[in-house]
Design a binder for this molecule. Sequence first.
Ligand code: NAD
Length: 287
Amino acid sequence: MAAKIIDGKAISAAVKKKVTADTAAFVANTGITPHLAAVLVGDDPASQVYVRNKERACEACGLKSTLHRLPAETTQEQLAALVEQLNNDAGVHGILVQLPLPKHLNSTPILDAILPSKDVDGFHPENVGLLLQGRPRFLPCTPHGVMKMLQHENIATAGKHAVVIGRSDIVGKPMAALLVQKGADATVTICHSRTADIAAICRQADILIAAVGIPEFVKSDMIKPGAVVIDVGINRVDDKLVGDVDFAAASEIAAAITPVPGGVGPMTIAMLLQNTLEAARFSQKAG
Ligand code: NAD
């Protein structure tokens, strides 16, 4: 039987609708519009599209966004100075530095320098630690979006075996951390580039989450019949977007699957908006 297609566009629209209503209430109560400052260094075409989509989504939901564009030759010191300026600007609630940065720049000290209370991507070590301890401040947008999709589809995670392929700080590791938390209660395996016999491990998954960055890496013989398959991958192949899962073959064997595009991608943006509103709320409590 063909898998159910999990419609990330529709689920993200529902999240955005709620963010829009909550933002309007927040503005009415406080007179303050939640404000996201996005920093884009250089002219990577994919990053430009991502940042533009984030700006548009802010606008559509009643949040303010400001884009700080810096040239590709920006120095580490110049970028750090901009982050410092945004940290000190009480009118900015959320700060996002679009990755990847040009090769001559080191992203770690830049992400470390963002005030944890404005870190709407959830990449600051303080926020990562809070997440691991089960008392999150900001959840990283992509894994949070995946959890939201599972909840929306009434896909239980408790007691299930979730296999995450990928161990990046942005997707794989926080994805596994969210699934293993109390409340989610999955049993989690993380696979990565050095994992032996990855297909056999993936075949044990009730929930298989692919965040590899290799087009159609997950073939149908890596999927247990009836599994839920979440495809985080976004790969450009011949000007088309392709996920990390062989979608056509996987849909024949999975119970439910996310498409690319229109799956996890839209959820990431919706969760960013939610975090920006949350950051504006924090600023009120702090102030
Ligand atoms: P990354 O390159 O930082 O990490 C990829 C991970 O895959 C690594 O941990 C690596 O160990 C693992 N890997 C690589 N080759 C492997 C192999 N042969 N077998 C098993 N594991 C292997 O990438 P990332 O930032 O985690 O992103 C992963 C994918 O998700 C990319 O396609 C990216 O574009 C996409 N992405 C999508 C969203 C979204 O909003 N949908 C957000 C972030 C990233």
